[in-house]
Design a protein around this ligand. Structure first.
Ligand code: CDP
Length: 210
């Protein structure tokens, strides 16, 4: 069983993915961490983010054991991740790891931008999670300021808009809604309500397939 969850920054997809995986007893992969880790490793090697060769090398030599590095959650790393994520060689280098992860039994949940469209086009269930950009910015602002990061709401809104544009506008595997994805708008839903709605959509979809 493969559950693909895509959506823009701060839509709630990461939290939903983890909760859905725990609910069904599946493994969960936050694929954004892969791109974040590539950006981290490039910076550590003192290479610019648009150095294609170095970025491909960083993606190919990525150690999955380093994905729980707390530094990957830093907002600047998310920005840098969306820059390296534009590089086709980076995306190609990360594909096999994601597909292997998705193939495990009894099932896997992967969240990202291109899971339902590119990584797992045959996923059993595809969810696309969205919310109004102001609501997403408010959530991200509260998350970051709660962690003591020196951010303002306006700056967070600006960076989320820029990231949406970069992720949707890139040529290779842009963030887009798979034709067979189920849409869930979390603008007016708290995490409990979003989780209930997502589980309902998944059960209905799986029921349809039985
Ligand atoms: O948590 P948040 O949504 O802010 O970011 P993330 O999911 O960790 O993703 C960081 C960046 O990695 C995104 O802005 C994308 O550019 C890129 N990414 C991607 O291109 N494809 C994926 N499957 C996942 C992330």
């Amino acid at each position: 069983m493969i559950i693909a969850i895509d959506g823009p920054a701060a839509s709630g997809k990461g939290t939903l993915a983890r909760r859905i995986a725990a609910h069904f007893g599946y493994q969960c992969l936050d694929t954004g961490l892969l791109y974040r880790a590539v950006a981290r490793d490039l910076r550590a090697a003192e290479q610019p983010l648009d150095n294609v060769e170095a970025a491909e090398w960083a993606a190919r030599s990525l150690d999955p054991a380093t994905l729980d590095d707390i530094g990957l959650r830093h907002p600047g790393v998310g920005e840098a991740a969306s820059v390296v994520a534009k590089i086709p060689q980076v995306r190609a280098a990360l594909l096999a790891f994601q597909r292997d992860f998705a193939a495990q039994e009894p099932g896997a949940v992967l969240d990202g931008r291109d899971i339902g469209t590119v990584v797992c086009p045959n996923a059993d269930v595809k969810l696309f999670i969205n919310a109004d950009v102001e609501v997403r910015a408010r959530r991200r602002f509260e998350e970051l300021s709660g962690r003591g990061e020196p951010v303002t709401y306006d700056r967070v809104l600006e960076t989320i808009k820029a990231r949406d544009a970069r992720d949707s506008g890139r040529a290779d595997a842009p963030m887009s809604i798979a034709a067979d994805a189920l849409l869930l708008d979390t603008t007016n839903l708290d995490i409990e309500a979003a989780f209930d709605a997502a589980v309902g959509l998944i059960k209905r979809k799986i029921g349809q397939q039985d």
